[in-house]
Design a protein around this ligand. Sequence first.
Ligand SMILES: [Ca+2]
Length: 308
Amino acid sequence: SLHSESYILHTTTLLGNCLPNCLQEQLRLQAQVRLLEYRVKQQQVKIVQLLQEREIQYSDRGDENSVIDLGEKRQYADCAEIYNDGHKESGFYKMKPLQSPSEFLAYCDMSEGGGWTVFQRRSDGSQNFDRVWADYEQGFGNFVLRNGEYWLGNKNLHYLTSQGNYTLRINLIDFEEERRFAQYTNFRVADGEGSYWMTCGEYSGTAGDSFTGGFHPEVKWWSDHRGMKFSTRDRDNDNYEGNCAEEDKSGWWFNRCHSANLNGVYYKGPYTAKTDNGIVWYTWHGWWYSLKSVVMKVRPADFEPNVV
Ligand SMILES: [Ca+2]
């Protein structure tokens, strides 16, 4: 609107020097100002439309089948092995960790150094994450699309992370398109008999340490997710007299209850609800902001990309 403002100034100056009978000129100029204002508005609308179209095109890129079939020649324990066998394209690959009785598909993120096995993705709220124990145990969601939302399954997560020393990386994006990450050493998920309890080591990153409550010593007793069993609405293993999974509508390693709830309800940014049940990472946006995008992935700590 800068154009029309300078034009108004110019017009006012002209009118100041004007004789009383130049009313017609005044009207003409006023009409011109209105026309210019109208054009500026139209252009602003166009700019907004173009930005929206670009946004849609960008997100459409994830709307493609990205299952990559390597045949049955070789079995892979995780995406790190697939990467180092020369397959550097991101997509869903079949793998079979050492102890796993069967193969399964997981998305291999071959960016950020490559070799990452993605076990959770949130991108658009298209999948329901308010699910029972059996679903979280087996895994659920979309295992075809690049941006498909899914949970790999606690069983598979156990088989993956019990193969060695795995690094956990959590990538977060908010609705301003800002990106942050949190990384943890020594991430491991126990078996079903241990109710898939989770442990991890040291934090590094830009999103703050919401996973182990490391952001303040006084919150650790209720917000540290380490050592916690997995909970779902039909299997309450949390440290709270109520049922965290039921109140927060997700399956997670709830304590009492959380400072990170990445399987929460897909709201769009700031939200209001009875409980903090959004996709929350407390140390970045607090309890009442639900993130736009989450990726949780693992890679062996001793991974060294094989340059082919
Ligand atoms: Ca409880």
